[in-house]
Design a protein around this ligand. Sequence first.
Ligand SMILES: Nc1ncnc2c1ncn2[C@@H]1O[C@H](COP(=O)(O)OP(=O)(O)OP(=O)(O)O)[C@@H](O)[C@H]1O
Length: 346
Amino acid sequence: MSFVDIQGLRKNFGPVVALDGIDLAVERGSRTVVVGPSGCGKTTLLRLIAGFEVADAGRIVIGGDTLADGANAMPAHKRNIGIVAQDGCLFPHLTVAGNIVFGMTEDQPVKQRRASELMEMVGLESSMLARRPDELSGGQQQRVALARALARKPRLMLLDEPFSALDTGLRAATRKAIGDVLKEEGIATLLVTHDQAEALTFADQLAVMRGGRLVQSGRPRDVYSRPADPATAAFLGEAIILPAALHDGHAECVLGRLPLSAFGTSASRGTIMVRPEQIIVAGPDSEEGIRGRVVETSFRGSTCDVRIVLHDDETVFLNLEISSSTDVFAGQEVNLSVSGMAHVFS
Ligand SMILES: Nc1ncnc2c1ncn2[C@@H]1O[C@H](COP(=O)(O)OP(=O)(O)OP(=O)(O)O)[C@@H](O)[C@H]1O
């Protein structure tokens, strides 16, 4: 049995089906990211695991302990689960030290030592222990929130969009710092986000939700390159989705004859996907390839966004991000080829 084992979890709010039978397994010490569009049930899943809501049906077992079985639920404070929310939720009237040791029953010197250890663990100076939360930056507040959650030595850490209020640079740095601490401590983590790049970066296991259901889970690279359906493909990044004729392990489509990564279907027609980074753009003099025309470019520093329309089918547009060292301009004729394999949706 996995460290966290969730089976058939259901939750309705009146007529709204928030969770429609979720099965999810999380291995000990690993990082699972639950990702999906707004309203798909991510936060509800976390709140049921934390014990802040009671399920209508289903089981939650952690480390062999049954935390919830239908409406029979262990109270939140007995679950030994840490949670860090979007805004940290630090107590504003307490110092950083007061926040971290809140609820600890040990003697004062033990608490002080533990608070200093935890500050070091999350990469903050002990001198900040005397400050109040409003005297810290957003990233520092999130690290204190993590230190507070770690103080209780949780067996599972739940992170509910804890980086979303931070700006881009700080967000990446805080995510890495928090991820490193949790990995070092060997604490299994469940992160909820609607940011697909964050999900792909952070996860050992990616779990994609839609409409209260888990549509796919697996290694981020596998889910990204072999998504279950076109909506999952598009949610995880730019995707080129095309109709194709299928035979002999190949797809015939407007991008030419492409090998398929897996060929589990007997259908003669289907829908395929390639990722934009598989498209190689060459100048008009190149002899091979599919002909297209650049309709729009947008310079972004190291890369350039390019929109290309195909000659043979002017309804097909490709949105690519290419190195800005390649000089392309609107109106330019190009030749396109595809590297690697196409994925066929079953
Ligand atoms: N307390 C509640 N009462 C009524 N409906 C609720 C309640 N909590 C959540 N819902 C509904 O349940 C569904 C799932 O909500 P949830 O907050 O879990 O989604 P989410 O994926 O976390 O969304 P977001 O990314 O926007 O935070 C939504 O339709 C939401 O409106």
